[in-house]
Design a protein around this ligand. Structure first.
Ligand SMILES: *Cc1c(COP(=O)(O)O)cnc(C)c1O
Length: 380
């Protein structure tokens, strides 16, 4: 990079899905063609094949595909049969769907603070927030590293409390618990994954998947995604239409064999950034809990003068994003819950300091060097 002058601009997008498409189109296009030839667009054979594959990846018994990651959280919440005032404890530092689904599922989100290192929900804060109205805990495995699930499960034991994992950003992530690798989605009562195109395993449109090892829950979720009827035109309860279409399932099946190597490439890039950035004053590289294998859905640093840095990166052709600028407890739509600024200081601070950098698998080392050099130059 020493050859570049200060005025040279290299384009490094935050995410380049075209590069991935070029690499896999010869696998994906024939799979799509096969679905089109069969004309089985809804609940065709690619859907149960994907369900089995994702359940296998998660070490779970059942996979139930649905229309989005949002629905993959909403339907398990519906299966809790929440009554007005029932509480679900969750993190304020996540994508909106985490809290939106709790609200739409009939519950009241109870926000507790995060651990400053991992950005994930603080288990001690969860324990302190449990009341007789608490029905479930919804941890988010943010940016691709798992929350400290083993510390969320004990208060749940013996009670009626359920753990619903928001693994939208964490497909294939794992955590060593009591000496054993446990997958995101393995230990929760139910888990939701998202196949939104920008996720590590992305469809060519919307899609989601629920996994569970609870037989009764799996049956209920299958019903809820098909208008609540186990048998066509016989409805035991009111569900909705939330199916994954066969074309999306075919895309995902063709991509799935690449997921592990894509995640490994993301980890390599993260390590390279760590080495290139960890001595920069003003930048804190991501903290990985030693129990975790991170899949780096995002590579997110904490920085000083964040907005200025982001503008500088943009001027230099580098994409970046703030996930997330406003914590969920301070969103206007939850004003009625009465959270004031300052109540969850770690989450609020993270919102001011975080910046996610390009980490997608197809990035090249010259691109990574350019991002590192540009950040170093900004703080020099
Ligand atoms: C993407 C995402 C969702 C929602 O997934 P969609 O497929 O977009 O509905 C939920 N939670 C988190 C943490 C996410 O990142």
């Amino acid at each position: 990079m020493a050859l570049l002058s200060d005025t040279d601009v290299v384009n490094v997008p935050l995410l380049d899905l075209v590069a991935q498409y070029r690499a896999i189109k010869d696998d994906v296009l024939p799979a799509l063609q096969a679905v089109i030839e069969s004309q089985q667009f809804v609940m065709g054979p690619s859907v149960p094949r994907l369900e089995t594959a994702i359940a296998g990846l998660a070490h779970a018994k059942h996979g139930i595909a649905c229309a989005s990651g949002t629905d993959a959280l909403l339907l398990p919440l519906k299966a809790l049969d929440l009554k007005p005032g029932d509480e679900v404890v969750t993190t304020p530092f996540s994508f909106f769907a985490t809290a939106g689904t709790i609200h739409n599922g009939g519950g009241t989100p109870v926000f507790v603070d995060i651990e400053p290192g991992t950005f994930n929900i603080d288990p001690a804060a969860v324990e302190a927030a449990i009341t007789p109205r608490t029905r479930a805990v919804m941890p988010v495995h943010l940016y691709g590293q798992m929350a400290a699930l083993e510390r969320l499960l004990p208060p749940v034991r013996g009670g009626e409390l359920r753990v619903i994992e928001d693994a939208a950003q964490a497909i294939g992530a794992r955590r060593r618990i009591d000496g054993q690798w446990r997958m995101a989605g393995e230990l929760g009562w139910a888990t939701g994954y998202s196949f939104f195109p920008s996720k590590n395993l992305g469809a060519w449109g919307d899609g989601g998947m629920m996994v569970t090892s609870d037989d009764a829950l799996a049956e209920r979720l299958r019903r809820l995604r098909l208008h609540g009827g186990a048998k066509q035109y016989h409805h035991d309860e009111v569900g909705t239409n939330s199916r994954l279409d066969s074309l999306q399932a075919a895309v995902l099946l063709a991509k799935l064999p690449h997921l592990a190597s894509w995640s490994a490439r993301r980890r390599d890039h993260a390590k390279y950034y760590d080495q290139g950035l960890n001595d920069v004053p003003g930048v804190r590289t991501p903290v990985v809990d030693p129990a975790n294998e991170h899949i780096y859905h995002q590579y997110t640093v904490r920085v000083e003068r964040r907005d200025e840095l982001q503008a500088h990166l943009k001027a230099k052709g580098i994409g970046s994003a703030v996930y997330y600028p406003v914590p969920l407890h301070l969103q206007n739509c939850f004003a009625h819950l009465g959270y004031k600024r300052g109540r969850l200081p770690q989450a609020e601070r993270a919102c001011r300091e975080v910046l996610s950098l390009p980490v997608f698998p197809e990035l090249t080392y010259p691109q990574l060097d350019y991002v590192i050099e540009t950040i170093r130059g900004f703080y020099r």
